[in-house]
Design a protein around this ligand. Structure first.
Ligand code: ADP
Ligand code: MG
Length: 309
């Protein structure tokens, strides 16, 4: 293709919501065989919502909620935001309607937090009002030898089968409760996976979330290859393994922990609303945050480079 053809393609991309940062990736895109999708914020809307809470002791509900939300208040993670939103919503539904109407966030629930620490890909640990909190995945709690009752296991099993994620809360060494959190798929996610399949491209989902939730979500969107419980540094490894088997691989992601994988992929595609680091690492940016841009970009590459002019 001539430089003019690449320029034209870049323009067509832009009008269709795809920012093409370089001609080389545009040329590679026509040979993509696998597209690896991050889950949260890429296939899903990335605005998770608490759908239920279960307590395993006779601790007061308000105490449990306030301690949990306080622990998560310092985290930027979408699941942390879901817990904080839930706390705020819980208060405004308890009759404090004035603050809701005025859009004033009630932060009266925020307790004293110290020794706050993020455990990457697992959750947070800190002291809240002098009590030791662990908030995050099953793995996080298991690593600290927290006992998981069979009642808790059954509850998690149910959550996971409904394609929901869970956030476990341990207080002073005991599992006190579990939040179930739902993060719906983007409306176009399933049709994009189907369109790619028709183009001879297979989709793979990669996530730090647990295996069962990951599989349930993948099933909803029509993806049969899943890699779950991946730690933040490991997503790039998944890309590398596919490449070593001779594949041209694209990665689609939005998070800081996706950026090494975006850089490793033959074509890195960032969600426009994603983190700056992801956008920097990518070759294409979906400026409208719409996954159909993945199909558009590959189509454009095939059309631009199919004939020698
Ligand atoms: P991904 O980007 O694929 O969603 P992350 O590495 O951000 O994965 O998180 C992996 C898992 O770690 C989450 O599914 C969750 O179980 C747990 N986790 C991480 N941070 C938090 C947090 N602040 N609160 C609760 N759980 C968390
Ligand atoms: Mg993400």
């Amino acid at each position: 293709a001539t430089p003019t053809a690449v320029m034209v393609a870049t323009g067509v991309g832009a009008t269709n919501g795809v920012l093409i940062k370089g001609g080389e990736a545009l040329e590679t895109a026509r040979n993509i065989r696998h597209v690896v999708f991050d889950k949260t914020g890429t296939l899903t809307k990335g605005k998770p919502c608490v759908t239920s809470v279960k307590l395993f002791s006779n601790m007061k509900v308000m105490d449990f909620l306030e301690l949990s939300a306080s622990a998560e208040a310092g985290s930027e993670h979408p699941l942390a935001k879901a817990l904080v939103d839930y706390m705020n919503g819980f208060l405004s539904s308890q009759g404090d309607e004035s603050s809701d109407a005025l859009h004033i966030k009630n932060t009266g629930w925020l307790r004293n937090v110290d020794s706050f620490e993020v455990v990457p890909g697992k959750g947070v640990r800190c002291n809240v009002d002098g009590r030791k909190l662990l908030v995050g995945s099953l793995r996080l709690l298991q690593e600290q030898d927290i006992m998981i009752s069979s009642e808790a296991e059954t509850y998690m099993h149910n959550i996971e089968q409904m394609a929901r994620s869970e956030v476990l809360v341990a207080i002073d060494g005991q599992l006190e409760g579990i939040f179930a959190v739902a993060d719906p798929l983007k409306l176009e996610a399933a049709v994009v996976v189907q369109a790619l399949k028709r183009m001879g491209i297979s989709s793979i989902m990669v996530t730090g979330d647990n295996w069962r939730t990951a599989r349930a979500i993948a099933k909803e969107v029509g993806i049969d290859q899943v890699v779950a419980e991946v730690l933040p540094g490991e997503k790039a490894e998944v890309i590398k393994e596919l490449q070593e088997r001779g594949s041209i691989v694209a990665m689609v992601g939005d998070g800081i922990n996706d950026s090494p994988a975006l850089a490793m992929a033959n074509v890195g595609i960032a969600i426009g609303a994603g983190t700056d680091i992801a956008i920097e690492a990518a070759d294409f940016v979906l400026i409208k945050n719409n996954l159909e841009g993945v199909v558009t970009a590959i189509d454009l590459s095939r059309k631009t480079f199919s004939r020698i002019r």
